[in-house]
Design a protein around this ligand. Structure first.
Ligand code: PEP
Ligand code: MN
Length: 337
């Protein structure tokens, strides 16, 4: 449930409520907005409801949160969360573009991609060092060597980097190099990994699972936020349907839906959603139009030679053309670029 404090309530009054919650073994999660301070109470419902909150000084009202997710719900935090990744802000009025190769393959491949991404106006560089592949015989990524190259690309271009973490044992290693931790679609319900990244100080990009509902995505985000890490960005990357013409089916409706029920930023990944480079620009425009906070796209100096996801990777030229188109349509759609 949520304890809504009166406008102008003091820190002492807030602390009083938090203390009462701790006394009954409940967790108190504070959301201090510009207008409202809300305390999310999580724990034994019976014991919490015995506390006479409404009689406590500074308390305005007590409201139950009906949705299964609490901390990520918009009721709990009415203002949108803005997630900071280096100088980039996700969830504000800027449409953030994350770009880079599917996998880090070599110094030349990554540095040239980073420079092209930066030159065309991307704000964050992506690149997988640990690649969860469908086949165990496919390229699995360069591991730590790939992380080192990402750090080098950041040094050269100034772009912050996001990379996937696939194993709880790699948390310290990946945190040592990355600016943002990516939890991939296949790990969306790896609850131990979610708990682990929830205890880190790095922002997290949580991708929707191939066969997961929006509610399950939000429940997964709840695991991360409950650990104390509120810096979570959701990513719609397409879901499995009967359609085989595209790799997955991009569920653009999840974007305004998530915006309605949650305060977390959400971006769209049309690369993994479609598997086709020719569909990336139109769907980035769609993402912008439905209110996404940004997109993540794959690009490669030579898509045909890519070790991973070549058919969905943009050439540098395609990427730069798409960025120009997005910059033209962003302002009328209420976004800066
Ligand atoms: C990726 O973005 O590198 C990736 C593997 O995507 P997903 O987890 O969405 O399949
Ligand atoms: Mn990929």
């Amino acid at each position: 449930m949520m304890i809504v404090m009166q406008d102008g309530s003091t820190d002492e009054q807030v602390a009083g409520v938090v203390e009462k919650l701790h006394e009954v073994g409940a967790e108190a999660h504070l959301s201090r907005g510009e207008f409202k301070t809300i305390i999310g109470a999580i724990g034994d419902r019976e014991r919490i409801s015995q506390i006479p909150f409404e009689a406590m000084p500074g308390v305005d009202s007590v409201i139950p949160i009906m949705r299964p997710y609490k901390l990520v719900s918009r009721e709990f935090h009415p203002e949108g969360t803005v997630v900071k990744v280096g100088p980039a802000l996700l969830g504000g009025d800027t449409f953030v573009v994350i770009a880079g190769p599917c996998a880090v393959e070599s110094e030349e491949q990554l540095i040239s991609s980073a420079k092209a991404a930066k030159a065309a106006g991307a704000s964050i560089l992506r690149g997988g060092a640990f690649k969860p592949r469908t086949s165990p015989y496919s390229f699995q990524g360069l591991g730590e060597e790939g992380l080192k190259l990402l750090a080098e690309a950041r040094r050269v271009t100034g772009l912050p980097v996001v990379t996937e973490i696939v194993d709880v044992r790699d948390v310290d290693l990946v945190c040592g190099y990355a600016d943002m931790l990516q939890v991939g679609a296949r790990n969306m319900q790896n609850f131990l990994l979610l708990q682990e990244v929830g205890m880190q100080e790095k922002p997290v990009m949580l991708k929707r699972g191939l066969s997961n509902t929006v509610e399950e995505l939000l429940m997964a985000a709840e695991y991360v936020v409950r650990g104390g890490n509120t810096q979570v960005v959701l990513c719609e990357r397409g879901i499995r349907t009967f359609e085989t013409a595209t790799r997955n089916t991009l569920d653009l409706s999840s974007v305004p839906l998530v915006k309605h029920v949650s305060h977390l930023p959400i971006i769209v990944d049309p690369s993994h959603a479609t598997g086709k480079h020719e569909l990336i620009a139109p769907l980035c425009k769609g993402a912008l139009a439905v209110g996404a906070d940004g997109v993540m796209v794959e690009m490669h100096p030579d898509p045909k030679a890519a070790l991973c996801d070549g058919p969905q990777s943009l050439s540098f030229e395609e990427f730069s053309r798409m960025m120009e188109e997005l910059r033209t349509i962003a302002p009328p759609l209420g976004k800066k670029m």
